[in-house]
Design a protein around this ligand. Structure first.
Ligand code: PRP
Ligand code: MG
Length: 174
């Protein structure tokens, strides 16, 4: 996927959710058919030969491409959700966010020891949300785990949140 096309279609909203923050709105990438297909195609090319058995998408903006990619890869899809949303037994991790603290949960039986997992979300800011989700996947004993984001905010150095051996890919670096 052409990075300039992605950049051109990404909406920027100044002072959201609070003054001084420039918000990158991926809904405009999801809305554009060329961008939506292009991102799925690019992700498929990166991960098609990795033996991925489960894609974990993080609520809520990680569900969109996560689900599409899982179907394309012939993998299962697992939801990482905010507290109180999943109906069966869960495990959880709490983490620091750009604007406070938060907790993320997955079903305890969502991932097993034979799974090769791709964790996906729309945006790498501090990396806190994804690092917590990565810990959940590790606790499930997954064989291997890869990490992907659509957008990486380079200035925040979010890659530091992951162990060095974790392969992290991003489609657009800002
Ligand atoms: C945003 C974004 C990522 C996360 C990135 O989600 O979609 O999930 O924050 O921040 P981090 O790298 O500092 O952890 P948000 O919690 O705003 O929820 P949403 O996806 O449901 O809009
Ligand atoms: Mg999110």
């Amino acid at each position: 996927m052409n990075k300039e096309t992605l950049k051109k279609n990404l909406r920027e909203i100044p002072d959201f959710p609070k003054p001084g923050i420039l918000f990158y709105d991926v809904t405009t990438l999801f809305k554009n058919p060329e961008c939506l297909q292009g991102m799925i195609d690019e992700l498929y090319e990166i991960y098609k030969d990795k033996g991925i058995t489960k894609v974990v998408g993080i609520e809520s903006r990680g569900f969109i491409l996560g689900g599409a990619l899982a179907a394309r890869l012939g993998a299962g899809f697992v939801m990482a959700r905010k507290p109180g949303k999943l109906p069966a037994e869960t495990i959880e991790e709490t983490y620091d966010k750009e604007y406070g603290t938060d907790t993320i949960q997955i079903h305890k039986d969502a991932i097993g020891k034979d799974d090769v997992v791709l964790l996906h979300d729309d945006l790498l800011a501090t990396g806190g949300t994804m690092a917590a989700t990565y810990r959940l996947v590790e606790r499930c004993g997954a064989k291997q785990a890869f990490v992907n984001f659509v957008i990486e905010l380079k200035g925040l150095d979010g890659r530091k949140a992951f162990p060095e051996n974790v392969e992290v890919t991003t489609l657009l670096q800002l």
